[in-house]
Ligand binder design. Structure first.
Ligand SMILES: *Cc1c(COP(=O)(O)O)cnc(C)c1O
Length: 380
């Protein structure tokens, strides 16, 4: 099997340093006191990425586990929950809350735009009796980043706890957990952090801990119950056996980002270069504003179907791009420029291949895609 270059918005390419870290000898994580220190140090380094002094837990399941654990641990039946819905993940987050008995109010806004802070402000002035709000930092299917820097402080002004799905943003978009008053921030290992899928990361504020600890009814379930983790370090006790190799990999991935220093600027620069290249060629982006720095979603142009584009990229160029699902299925294609894929070499290869495939299928473009990123970026 010839592994393709995965230019998808997660999972992303995993660097050799990370793969090497994962092949280290394992220990018994429950009995080895050094492993507790390793876990704590890893969590401390994640705090540097999240810009927070809140607790950070690393849970042993793919990103969705974090979303579900947040709902399971915070919500009691009948709770009023606000769901900010401008995309597939936003809406889905509300549905998770419903599974745990919440009465969810959807603040639905244009799926091609970032959430409008002014409209939300007007809505909240009328109604704000919510225990918590669920929102998505980057809507990965549509390639839209929401202004969580304005939204979270606004919600907190009304005493509403903020729960943010930042799975496809952490490491690629600016994130200031404490400054922006984000109570729960959720991330996953396989997006901008560029570790393999398998881990969820959750940062938990003091207010969120208070909400969890003052529940009237116990959390239904064990794996999603965050309260079990409240003093894991003091007690030297994990609720279940830790996936040692996954954690070694995550640590190496986080260390790579911290060593680089400013991964956010890199994501901004290349995202803008990719968008410029596509738009100048006459392709239409799905997003009309709030352009994501980690993924670009493009309408499939006339003259080719999504599946043909996907197959040609994979078969002829060994590059995997993504489509999307739900109402966007077959209408768009997506290029992930997150984590290790957000590099000149990989984006050059992806856009060069895309240009060739579109030409071969006689898709009419205004001009060919720019692929020389060095030139593009130096012109900005
Ligand atoms: C990737 C992602 C998740 C995790 O979901 P999977 O579909 O299982 O990968 C959750 N939220 C967002 C916004 C994501 O991009």
């Amino acid at each position: 099997m010839k592994t393709p270059l995965i230019m998808t918005p997660g999972p992303t390419s995993v660097h050799e340093d990370v793969r090497r870290a994962m092949s280290k000898k394992i220990t018994n994580p429950d009995l080895d006191m050094e492993f507790y220190e390793f876990y704590k140090e890893t969590s401390d380094r994640l705090k540097q990425l999240f810009l927070t002094s809140n607790d950070i837990l690393i849970l042993n399941g793919e990103g969705i586990l974090g979303l579900e654990a947040a709902c399971a641990s915070l919500i009691e039946p009948g709770d009023q929950v606000l769901c900010l819905d401008n995309g597939i993940f936003g809406k889905g987050f509300g549905e998770f809350a419903e599974l745990y008995g919440a009465e969810v109010t959807y603040f639905k806004s244009d799926y091609r735009k970032a959430i409008s802070v002014e409209e939300l402000e007007q809505f909240l002035a009328d109604r704000h009796d919510f225990k918590l709000a669920l929102l998505v930092h980057c809507e990965t299917p549509s390639g839209i980043t929401n202004p969580v820097n304005h939204i979270c402080p606004l919600l907190k002004k009304y005493g509403i706890l903020t729960v943010v799905d930042s799975v496809s943003a952490v490491g690629g978009e600016e994130l200031r957990t404490d400054e922006w008053q984000m109570d729960l921030v959720l991330a996953g290992s396989q997006k901008c952090l560029s570790a393999p899928p398998g881990l969820s990361i959750v940062s938990i504020s003091g207010d969120a801990w208070k909400m969890i600890q003052s529940r009237k009814q116990p959390v239904a379930g064990f794996y999603c119950n965050l309260s079990l983790w409240s003093s894991w370090y003091e007690k030297k006790w994990f609720p279940y056996t830790q996936p040692v190799s996954d954690l070694y990999g995550l640590r190496a991935a986080v260390d790579r980002i911290l060593t680089e220093g400013d991964s956010i600027t890199r994501h901004k620069k290349y995202a803008e270069a990719v968008r410029t290249s596509l738009v100048d060629a006459g392709l239409e982006l799905y997003a009309q504003d709030g352009f994501s720095n980690t993924v670009t979603t493009v309408l499939v142009p006339d003259g080719i179907r999504f599946q043909e584009l996907f197959n040609a990229m994979l078969t002829n160029h060994n590059i995997m791009i993504a489509g999307a699902f739900d109402y966007l299925a077959d209408k768009v294609f997506r290029i992930g420029h997150m984590g290790e894929n957000c590099r000149e070499e990989t984006l050059y290869l992806a856009l060069k291949a895309l240009n060739e495939v579109l030409k071969k299928h006689r898709v009419v473009l205004e001009k060919e895609l720019h692929i020389e990123f060095v030139n593009l970026i130096s012109q900005m």
